[in-house]
Write a protein that binds this ligand. Sequence first.
Ligand code: KG4
Ligand code: ZN
Length: 350
Amino acid sequence: MRDKPFTILGIETSCDETAASVVRGRIPGPGEILSNIVFSQTEAHAPYGGVVPEIASRAHLEILDGVIERALDEAKITLQELDGIAATAGPGLIGGVMVGLTTAKALALCAGKPLLAVNHLMGHALTARLTHGVEFPFLLLLVSGGHCQLLGVGGVDDFRLYGSTIDDAVGEAFDKTAKILGLPYPGGPAVEEAARSGNPKAYDLPRPLLFKNKQDRAGADFSFSGLKTALRQLAQDRRVSVADASASFQAAVIDILRDRSRFAMGLFRADFPDANTMVVAGGVAANQAIGAALAQLCGSEDFILRAPPPKLCTDNAAMIAWAGAERLAAGANGDDLSISPRARWPLAVR
Ligand code: KG4
Ligand code: ZN
């Protein structure tokens, strides 16, 4: 076991955040975030109501060098003092991933440091170790703009898929709902804000795939497209209150997440009988109403809930640096510079 903490530069460019961060720490954490620079391209994409891949990759290319420089400056760390350079290698928008990974390769080559090609989802998944030092194993609800999954995490290389969405990701459902209701992009925070003053029982929206059969492994799968369609229909048929529609939508999402999480707790307990930690991660985990509902569920099912602070739930590079440290600690020597970026890269398959 190595005594000295790892100091890692992380780079994140898989969607519309250009981010760099320096993190220091020992496994299992918590680690120390020496700098965490996140440049959000929200304004550039806002007129289109979603992320435009070409705009994103060009913006990453223009500003990434400066973002990395700031991250190193703020951390007061030189390239030579690093133990490794970690970058998101997928999944994500391929143009953006290419920009970040290529930059990391160049820096690794120049500085003679190991390159750590990180799975973005692993970054989200292990953030609670960076922030809380959560020990393996834990049950993970990963809810972001591109993903909605329940996983058992037994170690850095041990991800067991219990359930995933069969159509939209939950963040995507928030974003589409915002668009239907005329709320600004990104939709998640806007819908949450509007929901605060709305009545969650105002509209009766569907809760697709609520399973009763405990033997059915699909019992931890999600579906959000029916909910979105019902909302669109409602908004077409009559004048809806944006606050009430937001609150009703969020209430339906909460019911779905609660039901599937409860189901996955059973699968997790069968795999790891002595464990009782649940972690929620990804951009949607920034939602306070969802967090409160999960905390209540964990309380009643004898689980402890760990949720990173909102700033580390949405895309950032500290989580990528931390995942790099985890890989080094687990014995990785660094990836070959010929490694390719991947648009798709599941953490686990059933
Ligand atoms: O993890 P993330 O930053 O990027 C991806 O890897 O996808 O997640 C972004 C997603 C977006 O869909 C955004 O609308 C959603 O997370 N989100 C939220 C909230 N904040 C961000 N959804 C619900 N409530 C929020 N407060
Ligand atoms: Zn993400």
